[in-house]
Design a protein around this ligand. Structure first.
Ligand code: TXA
Ligand code: MG
Length: 327
């Protein structure tokens, strides 16, 4: 199929959901809002559409995708649940949690989307536009964040257009997202494992299952790869170098601040993730502020320290990845 030259942007509405479903059914690529970030959707059961998706994002094809479904019945058609995973599903779905589970027998999701693994990542998103599209389409939709692989994830339709215009078929515009960081990914293995911190704090999950979540090994070993194939060290990367835990601004830098004591050189551009020190507000602003600061042509982006509790774990994870020097 030919890639569209210009991407069409459609406001979220009932007719937009029908248009998106038609486009997906024809093997097309549709960007749509979820509560975490904008996703780039393809028919999960259509290997050719999935291949186009990898190509449009420039994504290494060994990195598997999340299957988005509308309800638990649809999730059970692709994945096997046990008592613990059902408890998590009931507590947090629809919402920003992704579960990695054994594939169900007869799972219709293409092997390309799961990169040949015998597990599958599943999520029921909460955003009404995403739910309308999934309901109208009636099949699982794989959706990575709607950005060129390695770039900052999109939290508005304009961000999607900036990265992917001409490479995808349609964007459903639902305004800015509410959560602002990707879903928390939990591997439901013998020992439950936090594969990616995200929109649901670790402590909330541990409370529901009454168990600690194991940590992914810090160093990327070959053993860790099949567990979390997507956790490439450099990711979410702006072009401008990022300096973490900055106590002040150096010459030529702009500042990503947090909390009431943001100071520094008044000549520098400052964007404060949350004046009140609210981590939920900070998560919602993170990617959009990184993009804006990245566009200033500064020598560097200095980032003030951010506490590691609640959504802070996900924010600091993304910032650490953004700070890895790019090759
Ligand atoms: O919030 C989100 O999760 C967003 C929205 C659009 O739903 N999606 C998203 O997808 O962040 P993506 O593709 O950027 O990240 C999916 C992550 C990757 O790190 C991938 O390696 C991991 O999920 N993953 C997918 N399937 C897996 C599996 N079977 N085992 C372990 N990790 C898996
Ligand atoms: Mg991504």
């Amino acid at each position: 199929m030919k890639l569209a030259l210009t991407t069409k942007m459609t406001p979220a509405s009932a007719s937009a959901a029908a248009e998106a479903a038609r486009c997906l059914a024809g093997g097309g690529l549709v960007a749509f809002p979820t509560e975490t970030v904008y996703g780039l959707g393809a028919d999960a059961t259509n290997a050719q559409a999935v291949a186009r998706l990898y190509e449009a994002k420039g994504r290494p094809s060994f990195n598997p995708l999340i299957a988005h479904v509308v309800d638990l019945a649809a999730a059970k058609a692709v994945a096997q649940f046990d008592v613990r995973s059902l408890r998590l599903a009931e507590a947090f779905w629809p919402g920003p949690l992704t579960l990695v589970l054994p594939k169900a027998s007869g799972c219709a999701v293409s092997d390309l989307a799961t990169a040949g693994l015998d597990t599958i990542a599943v999520r029921i998103p909460a955003h009404p536009a995403a739910r309308d599209i999934l309901r109208a389409f009636g099949k699982p939709v794989v959706a990575p964040s709607a950005n060129i692989s390695g770039h900052v994830s999109p939290t508005t339709a304009a961000h999607v257009l900036a990265d992917l215009d001409g490479r995808i078929d349609l964007i459903v515009d639902g305004g800015p997202v509410s959560v602002g960081v990707e879903s928390t990914i939990v591997g439901c293995f013998e020992k439950p494992m936090l594969l990616r911190p995200g929109g649901i704090p670790r402590a909330d999950i541990e409370n529901v299952i009454g168990e600690r979540l194991a940590q992914l090994p810090e160093v990327e070993t070959d053993d860790a790869l099949p567990l979390a194939p997507g956790m490439l060290a450099s990711h979410y990367a702006p072009r401008t170098p990022v300096r973490l835990n900055a106590e002040g601004v150096e010459a030529g830098e702009v500042l990503l601040a947090f909390g009431p004591r943001a100071t520094g050189d008044l000549k520098a551009s400052v964007m404060n993730l949350s004046q009140q020190g609210d981590l939920v507000e900070a998560a919602a602003n993170l990617f959009s502020y990184l993009r804006t600061l990245d566009s200033k042509g500064a020598r560097g982006i200095a980032v003030m320290p951010i506490p590691d509790d609640g959504l802070g774990e996900a924010i600091n994870d993304r910032l650490r990845r953004a700070a890895v020097p790019q090759s």
